[in-house]
Write a protein that binds this ligand. Sequence first.
Ligand SMILES: O=P(O)(O)OC[C@H](O)CO
Length: 397
Amino acid sequence: MYDEPRTSESSGPEAQKQRLRRRLERLIGIAATEGNELVPLRNGDEIFPAMLAAIRAAEHTVDMMTFVYWRGEVAHEFAAALAERARAGVRVRLLLDGFGAKEIERDLLDAMDEAGVQVAWFRRPTRLSPMRQNHRCHRKVLVTDEHTAFTGGVGIAQEWCGAARNPDEWRDTHVQVRGPAVDGIAAAFAQNWAECHDDLYDDHDRFTAQSQPGRATVQVVRGSAAFGWQDMQTVLRVLITSAQERLRLATAYFAPDAYFIDLLAAAARRGVRVEILLPGPHTDQRACLLAGRQHYQTLVDAGVEVREYQPTMLHTKIMTVDGVCSLIGSTNFNRRSMEHDEEVVLAVLDEDFTAELDADFEADRQRSEPIDPRRWKRRPLPMRLAEAAVTPIRRFL
Ligand SMILES: O=P(O)(O)OC[C@H](O)CO
């Protein structure tokens, strides 16, 4: 593995930002854009009002794609807002994943259809089997009037409402984006919409240039279901191997293959402070929790701090590196996100945005329990057996 010699010229925040930018640009082949404005949104209490306000303010287009569209008042609010804009003459497109959104209420679909919302389904599985659950549209994207975009972890369901005050209010982070990076997020929508609908664009799309309202440099990376290596793996690989001082990872689903466990352990062994925050007792995917726990010993032995979040389900998908770079989007740290599903993430090179995510991470860390290496080594046999039991399905998690 390439380890860059550290000199005074190659250290410092600016040098690290430039190093990360050039590595990501040349290894992924997508240019980063400058002048983006990013607003982090914490939990449903901040995320949903901002998204609904953007929909209600749209005058030309609303493009929304989601993996989860389940139940609750918020599901009705989104459907009503989308339908209202469609009735007002706005071109409204909603792309639902055929597996993740199958719980959507029929009445909401009928009401949106009647109002003129173009609803498309991404790969509806005809039967449930592990193989047919692959190639899901796991991206979470909202773009309004081509100039405001949202992405991150949130699903449209009651579970995400509130502010992580109790187990009924999941913890999540989303981001509102304005600036040139909106094009990359819009392209993530377009790529999946193209597979499900005859029209890629129409007269409502104006294709006007993006302004530069902020200071963040952002590279938008799309991941797609694929055999072999893919860009989502490259982003994660570059950030982990480039970290010099501190790497923080908060993820809803932690079930990577051994290669990525080794990368994290190697980062800790070369002196990087690696902190990983994962769901704990309130996970909604116990099999995934167990698959992740199989790796705790390797990680803590290497010096990685592993913690489980206690108050509620932790659904964030965040990475920060050296206080200068953040990763935020739909990607979990599991094989589904790295190999099986459609994803989109923003690699953000900006100290201010990263500081906000780091502060959130620290607040979440305070509400978590650390894995103690010596106690973990002595965990009871039933726990070990439960972890071993999920081994046959690990590649689907
Ligand atoms: O797959 P995610 O990360 O969007 O999460 C969705 C739900 O948690 C699935 O249980």
